[in-house]
Design a protein around this ligand. Structure first.
Ligand code: NDP
Length: 477
């Protein structure tokens, strides 16, 4: 089998590499992917630097045409690429196709955005002088992505980078190279000049680390864990590189006494368990006020009993496998931790056998949890949620904000007043009312506070903050 290769300076390079395994069926090899080395990464950075001057001077229309072509190709191939994505990551086929569709929408948005690049012209405080404020591309951008959204996260970083005229070196998570490779090949097919987008698939400790420390890389956009983000910001800041980090979450979903029970249960199931709970915006803390607590828990358990867990590509599957063996082991450890801390395992939490050998587990629900337990404080990143009972709205709000993270925060209520107060007081970058905490639009800012995010927001027009540098010019005509 010929390995999928890396793209450096417009050439596909690399030989034997790592096998990519289907988590729904570990006997199924998705492909072999060439492993980039430190030398490959240095070559990729050099290629991006060489391509940057010409690319940053192209007209917005030229860049827009390429981005729109990528959008069209992704849309046309969404079933095929969605299947590939579900096969390598384990989310359901509907979620996989949905993610490729989202990537296509993002490229379409930034294709249009190329036509709206604007600056400001202001009157000076000094007589006779003209002042303009314009944005210029940052330069060479290193893009480092996690495994849980193998197509959408690369898309929402690469599309704005190219829209604003930057050259890119892209390193995906080694666990999910197939979607990343497909995205890069679609962009290549769309007419990107050689060297503008370089693809280096390899370990974070080698490829990622080289990107972060190289002074020729003007900015690093990273999504992943807090621990890696922390290392990256320290290293990049020491050489004054620009950094944007999107990291973890321990997102609360508050359910008030007056909530519509069906909506609240839907929000909890979707937010906590869909995509196997492997979303940074997953609502892993369900904070429920006393008057609805028992009814909510009963209804949620009834719904969990009906959830179909299985092979990501099989019809009817609602929750696919965990991404790999170490993530499954980590989830199971948290089940033991929760029990040892005194929470009640009300549902699930055990390994599940299916027809194919895969990393399946029954979605788990703890009740009787308190907010100081590890299962309520640490990001588990699996289908594990805990219910924390609150006296009233004030206590629920306090508990929701009592976390080191601040990505998404949700509330289910029929009270406009409570919803409005929650929206104002929630210490999070994104607030959802009567909606799951996971699931966002692509044309508005995405990001959080506290340990969830660092640096400018991603997506929508806000993406310009990271991918451009502002220039203020004064002219005396
Ligand atoms: P990791 O932090 O382990 O990895 C993220 C990326 O960083 C991978 O590509 C990894 O490479 C790379 N990396 C690892 N070490 C280094 C290093 N020393 N220098 C540079 N790069 C490095 O996270 P996961 O992939 O496990 O993703 C899960 C995490 O991502 C969760 O905590 C989740 O919350 C977070 N996440 C946040 C989102 C958000 O927008 N806030 C969205 C999605 C996920 P490799 O793995 O190939 O070695």
């Amino acid at each position: 089998m010929q390995p999928y290769r890396n793209l450096i300076g417009g050439e596909w390079v690399g030989t034997s590499g790592v096998m990519n395994i289907n988590p729904s069926d570990t006997g199924d090899v998705v492909g072999e992917f060439a492993r980039a080395t430190e030398a490959d990464t240095l070559d990729a950075i050099a290629a991006a630097r060489a391509a940057f001057p010409a690319w940053s001077s192209t007209t917005p229309a030229t860049r827009g045409t390429i981005l729109r072509s990528a959008s069209t190709l992704l849309m046309a191939r969404r079933e095929e690429l969605g299947t590939q994505l579900s096969r390598e990551e384990g989310k359901t086929l509907a979620e996989g196709i949905g993610e490729v569709t989202r990537a296509a929408q993002i490229f379409d948005f930034f294709a249009a955005e190329t036509q709206r690049l604007a600056g400001e012209s202001l009157a000076s405080v000094r007589p006779g002088i003209e002042v303009t404020v314009t944005r210029e591309p940052l330069g060479v951008v290193g893009i480092i992505t996690p495994w849980n959204f193998p197509m959408a996260i690369p898309a929402w970083k690469i599309a704005p980078a190219l829209c604003h005229g930057n050259a890119v070196v892209f390193k995906p998570a080694e666990l999910v190279p197939a979607s990343a490779w497909s995205l890069v090949s679609v962009l290549q097919e769309s007419g990107l000049p050689a060297g503008v987008l370089n693809f280096v698939n390899g370990p974070g400790s080698v490829v990622g680390n080289t990107l972060v420390n190289d002074p020729r890389v003007d900015g690093i956009s990273f999504t992943g864990s807090v621990a890696t983000g922390q290392r990256i910001v320290v290293a990049a800041a020491s050489r004054f590189g620009k950094v944007q980090l999107e990291m973890g979450g321990k997102n609360p979903l508050v359910v008030l006494d007056d909530a519509d029970l069906d909506i609240a249960v839907d929000c909890a199931v979707n937010g906590a368990y869909f995509s196997t709970g492997q979303r940074c915006t997953a609502s892993s803390r369900l904070i429920v006020t006393r008057g609805i607590h028992d009814r909510f828990v009963d209804a949620l358990i009834r719904r969990l009993e009906q959830l179909t867990v299985g092979h990501a590509l099989h019809e009817g599957t609602e929750v696919g496998p965990v991404v790999n063996d170490s993530q499954l082991a980590s989830n199971l450890t948290y089940i033991d931790v929760g029990k040892a801390e005194g929470a009640h395992l009300a549902f699930g939490g055990e390994v599940l056998e299916r027809l194919t050998p895969g990393y399946f587990m029954v979605p788990a629900l703890f009740t009787g949890a308190t907010n100081d337990m590890r299962i309520a404080r640490e990001e588990i990143f699996g289908p594990v949620a805990c219910v924390i009972e609150a006296r009233d709205f004030e206590e629920a709000l306090h508990l929701a904000n009592d976390t080191e993270y601040g990505l998404a925060s949700g509330i289910c209520t029929t009270s406009l007043k409570m919803a409005s107060v929650y929206r104002q007081k929630a210490q999070a970058g994104m607030v959802m009312v009567n909606l799951p905490t996971a699931g966002v639009d692509f044309h508005v800012p995405f990001g959080g506070r506290k340990r969830s995010s660092y640096g400018p927001r991603e997506q929508g027009r806000a993406a310009a903050e990271f991918y451009t540098s502002i220039k203020t010019a004064y002219t005396l005509p």
